[in-house]
Design a binder for this molecule. Structure first.
Ligand code: GUN
Length: 285
């Protein structure tokens, strides 16, 4: 019977840590960290995510700026907006919510954000830092997953970890973080042959493919820890993960729910990354 890794409760702990840190930073440096969040267009899911990010920032006491741009904003105008925030000494972190409208080149946008303000950890210098084992900003969802694994006290050394999904945002960075903890890591994906067999080899299974209830209980090793990064709507419009919770929960030792699992942790780790960016800009740090 799987025990639930309660992302909502854990994210509250992280946000309270950040709240205390924000107070200390204000005392020491005379101002609070400030996160700028940019959204282009009216994607309803993105609007919800962005609202939750701004809400979390307010909870921790840090400053935030929400920049809402119309869907027909030109790439040039967006890049100018980012450059202005790069040059603003009172903005510590910049997040551009993805996906962007198709006429805007996401790679160009990510490359334009100053790497020291890149709270998402998507800039090539932060990606390189992660893969070279340097101190850098780690993408929020993978960082949140590691914090969830730490919360259950699992020793990852020597364990078999399977990551299903190879995105730059989740799959690849979480695989590297698991490798850093000396897990033996396999990255599976949409072309993997016999996905069930690969998944069944996992002591720790992280699923981030964006396919509703793809991973069923019979694809899970009894006693495995299951992290579900999916956020999908099923045929009835119900929110669900990439893991079929009903069949997976009885087989696993620990499992994250959707909603209330990885999602809230992503936002909490964004707050942590904003603090890290703030500190990296202080002369005495
Ligand atoms: N869209 C989905 N996830 C993310 C994320 O972690 N950061 C940004 N900027 N956009 C996203």
């Amino acid at each position: 019977m799987g025990k639930i890794i309660d992302g909502k409760a854990l994210s509250q702990i992280v946000k309270d840590e950040v709240k205390a840190e924000v107070q200390e930073l204000e005392t020491r440096y005379g101002r609070k960290p400030c996160l700028a969040v940019i959204i282009v267009g009216e994607n309803p899911a993105s609007q919800v995510y962005v609202r939750n990010k701004v809400k979390a920032a307010a909870y921790t006491g840090m400053e935030s700026r929400l920049v809402e741009l119309p869907a027909d904003t030109s790439e040039e105008a967006l890049l100018q907006q980012i450059t202005a925030l790069n040059n603003d000494p009172l903005t510590d972190g910049i997040l551009v919510q993805l996906p962007l409208p198709p006429h805007i080149d996401e790679e160009k946008v990510i490359d334009t954000i100053s790497h020291g303000k890149d709270v998402d950890g998507f800039h090539p210098l932060n990606v390189a830092g992660l893969w070279q084992g340097k101190d850098c900003i780690v993408p929020c969802t993978p960082a949140g997953i590691m914090r969830m694994l730490d919360s259950i006290g699992i020793e990852l050394k020597g364990k078999k970890a399977v990551v299903v999904g190879r995105s730059n945002i989740v799959g690849k960075p979480v695989a590297k973080l698991l490798l850093d903890r000396n897990a033996t890591v396999t990255i599976a994906h949409s072309r993997t042959q016999d996905l069930g067999e690969v998944c069944r080899s996992a002591d720790v299974l992280v699923v981030a493919v964006g396919k509703a209830r793809l991973v069923k209980g019979d694809m899970i090793k009894p006693g495995a820890v299951v992290i579900d990064v999916g956020m999908n709507r099923d045929e009835e419009g119900k929110l669900c993960g990439d893991v079929d919770f009903a069949s997976a929960e009885p087989v696993s030792s620990w499992i994250t729910p959707v909603p209330g699992g990885v999602g809230p942790m992503t936002i909490a780790m964004l707050m942590k990354n904003t603090i890290a960016c703030f500190l990296s800009h202080q002369k005495d740090y």
